[in-house]
Design a protein around this ligand. Structure first.
Ligand code: FUB
Length: 338
């Protein structure tokens, strides 16, 4: 979520050795890549997929990940380094199971790793861990971020230094259990459908120490071309999971996965809190059930990091990839057919 100005701190993209759109690594399975340029290198914060032997279901129980490995590379196409285990579930005092898609941020000389994991009551919460190095190891705070819930944290720092977390995901991500602001363990496993407003992602400003929410959790409202909130039945456009925020030419771009319709799409707005107006498709379906992305400026280009299942053919054993993301003259994003 760097801004275009920060992009100039990345190393020159001169050593294209590997064709784009090939798996970035194959020694482990990785997914949900949140990429950032830190200290002149590209760092990737992915989920670490494993074969847990749990049968596949719509709640995602088979995604039973237990640790994070951080990856780095000097430039796009360059050699990828796996820095080993950066955080293990056994060192998160409040964690129960399922270490899902993380993100990272840097402020005040400290790196922050944000991660969703189910607590011991089986409710997804979002935690934070810190390190002095972008590659970790990270030390988890003793409790989840107060007021956090659901999955897929993505942290954006604006040009004025304010940081915001975007989060949420339907179905296994439990967002549908938080309607009305309270956890309802008896809510249906899937979101409401039909002619009602869609369930939205959530966002909150972060405190200066990056460890708490600074104010209320708000809905990330997505409007259609007529200025009306997208409907729950609009499965090709409504939010499902995997939100990401970036800024380009003073506009805020909120991008996300539509889940069961397998698209990555985006909406734009004039403030980090939205509302955002739906604009179009960034990426058509990949091999696998869905993908999860991050969008990063590197040198003078924009790249999208994402995953598919090329190496395994199994939805729970994914591999991360990167490809260039091009814009039209009006700032719109050209659709990628992976
Ligand atoms: O990796 C587990 C979950 O799968 C993520 O949290 C979702 O975004 C989806 O990619």
């Amino acid at each position: 979520q760097e801004t275009a100005t920060e992009a100039s701190t990345a190393q020159a993209d001169t050593t294209a050795k590997k064709p784009l759109s090939e798996p970035l690594i194959s020694n482990i399975y990785t997914a949900d890549p949140s990429a950032h340029v830190f200290e002149g290198k590209i760092y990737i914060y992915p989920s670490h997929d494993i074969e847990a032997g749990i049968p596949e279901n719509d709640k995602g129980d088979h995604f039973a990940m237990r640790d994070y490995h951080i990856l780095s590379l000097d430039s796009i196409g360059g050699k990828v380094t796996d820095h080993g285990v950066a955080l293990d579930i056994k060192n998160i005092p409040w964690a129960g199971r399922q270490l899902w898609a993380p993100d990272a941020a840097f402020k005040n000389g400290t790196y922050y790793l944000y991660f969703p994991v189910k607590d011991k009551q089986d409710v997804f919460r979002i935690g934070v861990a810190t390190s002095k190095s972008p590659a970790g190891p990270f030390k988890a705070e003793p409790a989840p971020i107060a007021g956090s819930f659901s999955i897929d944290p993505a942290v954006f720092t604006d040009t004025d230094g304010s940081s915001y977390m975007y989060f949420g995901g339907l179905w296994g991500g439990q967002l549908q259990r938080w309607q009305g602001g309270k956890y309802n363990p008896n809510a249906p496993e899937k979101e409401p459908n039909g002619n009602v407003p869609a369930l939205n992602a959530r966002m909150a400003k972060l405190t200066a120490d990056m460890k708490k929410f600074d104010g209320p959790v708000k809905e990330v409202v997505i409007l259609d071309e007529a200025g009306k909130p997208l409907l729950a039945s609009d499965n090709n456009r409504r939010f499902f999971e995997g939100g990401w925020l970036h800024k380009y030419n003073s506009k805020y771009y909120f991008s996300y996965s539509t889940g069961d319709t397998h698209l990555l799409v985006y909406a734009t707005g004039d403030s980090p809190a939205g509302p955002f107006t739906y604009q179009g498709v960034i990426m058509k379906p990949v091999q696998g059930w869905t993908t999860h992305h991050s969008i990063v400026p590197i040198k003078d280009k924009w790249y999208i990091f994402y995953h598919d299942t090329q190496l395994s053919g199994k939805t729970w054993l994914r591999n991360i990839k990167v490809t260039e993301m091009k814009r039209r003259a009006d700032g719109g994003i050209e659709t990628i057919v992976p």
